[in-house]
Design a protein around this ligand. Structure first.
Ligand code: PGA
Length: 252
């Protein structure tokens, strides 16, 4: 299995950048791969999906969120899993710390996970501790708590990606050591396997990933991929990250 490389564009981009970058990624053998996923703002998902279809691109499209409400209805501003899957979206980020910060509770996140799965969208569920949790040695309790909502899911869930993104590493240039990352990857794999025995779980790392540190992370056999924020917006840098992702294979 190739390692996953997920680009999280956050609230960035415009129509011409989306078209330009995704067209060139579709024509580049390094980026035109099914282990590469672009998580884009809602408004660009249709453009991305069109480019993907026109070029027969292998890469996948993700949203950065999904509504806690299903189907269609009077939910102004919401975008449901039904609508996302109609657009060709195959993945959705759920529970990024930047969304938890603006008020997403565990109940809401549990609903979002359930609806993603019901709509055949693979969730990329994010967990991560704050700097205080880390220095006060509370990080394991915090992370276990964030994992708990997964156990309410239907036992038939087949595919889930869990991203460990320490809040203190996001956009800061700070990164945990490989030993610190491995500790959490192991925790996730063991906990999830115990509670969702039928699920195929990929554990990925995110937080200040750049081309220069990609190889170090990917060489860990417990790291199945990376969630890349800032560095995914610079095409040249992102291609270097993907190139590394093609050469280091995952053992899971
Ligand atoms: P970063 O963001 O790579 O810019 O640190 C990662 C993320 O928030 O997903």
């Amino acid at each position: 299995m190739r390692k996953l490389i997920i680009a999280n564009w956050k609230m960035n981009g415009n129509i011409s950048k989306i078209k330009h970058d995704l067209e060139s990624y579709a024509q580049n053998p390094i980026t035109n791969q099914d282990n590469i996923i672009f998580a884009l703002p809602y408004v660009f998902l249709d453009n991305a999906s069109q480019v993907q279809k026109i070029y027969g691109a292998q890469y996948k499209i993700s949203s950065q969120d999904i509504s806690q409400f299903d189907g269609f209805g009077a939910y102004t501003g919401e975008v449901s899993g039904t609508i996302l899957s109609d657009l060709g979206v195959e993945y959705a980020i759920v529970g990024h710390s930047e969304r938890r910060k603006i008020g997403e509770t565990s109940d809401v996140l549990a609903k979002k996970l359930e609806l993603a799965i019901n709509n055949k969208i693979t969730p990329i569920y994010c967990i991560g501790e704050s700097y205080e949790d880390r220095v006060e040695n509370n990080y394991l309790i915090k992370l276990e708590k964030e994992l708990e909502i997964l156990f309410e899911l239907n036992q038939l869930v087949s595919n889930i990606i869990i991203a460990y993104e320490p809040i203190w590493a996001i956009g800061t240039g700070l990164t945990p050591s490989i030993a610190q990352i491995d500790e959490i990857m192991r925790l996730i794999k063991v906990t999830v396997k115990k509670n969702l025995p039928n699920a195929y779980v990929s554990t990925i790392y995110g937080g200040s990933v750049i081309a220069d540190n990609t190889k170090d992370f990917l060489e860990s056999s417990l790291v199945d991929g990376l969630l890349v924020g800032g560095a995914s917006l610079k095409a040249e840098e992102f291609i270097k990250i993907c190139s590394c992702g093609q050469s280091v294979m995952s053992t899971t």
